[in-house]
Ligand binder design. Structure first.
Ligand code: ADP
Ligand code: MG
Length: 225
């Protein structure tokens, strides 16, 4: 469902060129749960950003669910970002000025989902993430675990095919981290494809496969049973 071939990404700042991705090829099947691991600076976030259509590669091909990303219009890419991909970040990235409910509702507003369906979907996902009792709170009034559950609610409210998670438990204690991983595991059991960057062997244990990066390249892949 996702196929990348010889992906490269260069960044140039003040005449210094950094090679963030140095020829990455990989495929991810629909319904798979893939963990991406590797030392800091090896290109994990850059790869996720490109997979999430938030940035373009410098070289190489990316085929997303049957279409070459390079041949898509910016409008098509934006539509996929809104409707088909959910993002979860280490730092939660919630909007501080909006309540839990409003943060989770946002993707459906972008998609112009009708009001009654919007309310039903938001309430369903808030229940599911055990955050309903905090619906009128602002992010700063929540614990880290509650903030990440809100972020996951926002990521899944539009029922995306793919969730991209960048160190989703990186700012959580082990109990909250476990809870977040169980939620991601359940979403994957229900058919959502997940690609997750992590430093945690415990978190990687939820994946079917671990892709190890080093210096912008895939060095090894391990499969779980
Ligand atoms: P990781 O997530 O594995 O820690 P990153 O993908 O964030 O690594 O970064 C890979 C390399 O690319 C690093 O050397 C980083 O400094 C560089 N890099 C990432 N994003 C940018 C950017 N926007 N501009 C310049 N360099 C960048
Ligand atoms: Mg990173």
């Amino acid at each position: 469902m996702i196929q990348i071939v010889n992906l490269q990404k260069f960044f140039t700042t003040e005449e210094v060129e950094t090679t963030a991705l140095n020829g990455i090829s990989m495929s991810v099947k629909d319904g798979e749960f893939v963990a991406i691991m590797g030392p800091s600076g090896c290109g994990k976030s850059t790869l996720l950003t490109i997979l999430g259509l938030l940035d373009n590669p410098s070289e190489g091909d990316y085929n997303f669910y049957g279409t070459e990303v390079a041949k898509m219009t910016e409008r098509q890419r934006a539509q996929l970002r809104k409707g088909s991909i959910g993002f979860v970040f280490q730092s939660f990235n919630l909007i501080d000025e909006l309540t839990v409910y409003e943060n989770v509702e946002l993707p459906l507003l972008y998609l112009k989902t009708p009001a009654d369906e919007r309310k039903q979907r938001v309430e369903e996902v808030l229940e599911r993430m055990s955050i309903m009792h905090r619906r009128n709170h602002f992010p700063q009034q929540l614990s880290g675990g509650q903030q990440q559950r809100t972020a996951i609610a926002r990521a899944v409210v539009a029922k995306p095919k793919l969730i991209l998670a960048d160190e989703p438990t990186g700012n959580l204690d082990s109990k909250n981290g476990e809870e977040v991983m169980k939620l991601l595991g359940e979403l994957n059991d229900e058919g959502t494809t997940i690609i997750m960057v992590t430093h945690s062997p415990y978190d990687a244990g939820f994946a079917h496969r671990i892709v190890n990066l080093f210096d912008g390249k895939v060095v090894t892949e391990n499969f779980h049973v």
